[in-house]
Design a protein around this ligand. Sequence first.
Ligand code: MTE
Length: 321
Amino acid sequence: MLIKRPEAIKPSEITDQATYLERRRFIRDSGLLGVGVAATLAGLPWAKNSWAEAPDRRPFPELRKSPFSIDEKLTEYEDATSYNNFYEFGTGKSDPKENAQSFVPRPWSVVVDGACEKPGSYDLEDFLRPHPLEERIYRLRCVEAWSMVIPWVGFSLGDALKRFQPTSRAKYVAFYTLHDPERMPGQKRQVLKWPYREGLRMDEAMHPLAMLAVGMYGAELPNQNGAPLRLVVPWKYGFKSIKSIVRISFTEEQPVCTWNQVQPNEYGFYSNVNPNVDHLRWSQKKERRIGNWLKQETLMFNGYAEQVASLYSGMDLKQYF
Ligand code: MTE
């Protein structure tokens, strides 16, 4: 995400980082090819693909496969965990991985409050217990015009929300990230108004595609990807998918959301992926899939139009961007 002043940033700066990553991968893979062949010949056990590189995270055994999964090539684990946006750990793409290593996402609790019958503070384990975990392979499209394909581990957000019995006053649901500058050093700088917040309309939140994730690539979420609990809303730009959630609040009014608050004319409350509505400073028609050389067309609602378009029927998507 970009918080430079509009006149100071060129769209080309955005894709440059993705191109850089491509180059880095090319150099790495070319080098590894030789090493890999040598290792296989030598019978070394570490000559495996990058899926195996999730050393310190607990795996989730026996995950159900979700019918919502797409059949597209997965982004490499290494890329999905080293090219991140997580301003609580720095504003550069490689900062979160570097700076989040000492973050300990335990003990953890989630406060549920606002317009619901069962508010409370829930230990993460209690919050998660009723929900069988499944793997869902989703596209992730960042507003910066790059994208990935990630196998998340989690469950439908709506299933969790129902447990707290939202009342008829609950028109929206707001989410908050942990605010603790000692543990999240990026919060020592006022680059954003902390804590990071996001929100959905209630019917969006109850849509079966919206999920809470606790893992990716078959194991616990790495810190830089939002451990221990994050939102994933695959038809919206990535910034709606808030990380490291500590509070969920049912509200009557549309909640304040971080990027919408910073630059309302650039980052709308809805932020549905829409190739027909350009960002003020760059086109949204195409995207660079991390791992591919060529850009590809961006799909309406990130390819989930069939499932979610009806949520917005009758709305002018240019006005409510
Ligand atoms: N959540 C918090 N708390 N802080 C952030 O800076 N960045 C958002 C979103 N969630 C962000 C956040 C943005 S801009 C994107 S694109 C996605 O996380 C990136 O998720 P990833 O790093 O797992 O790919």
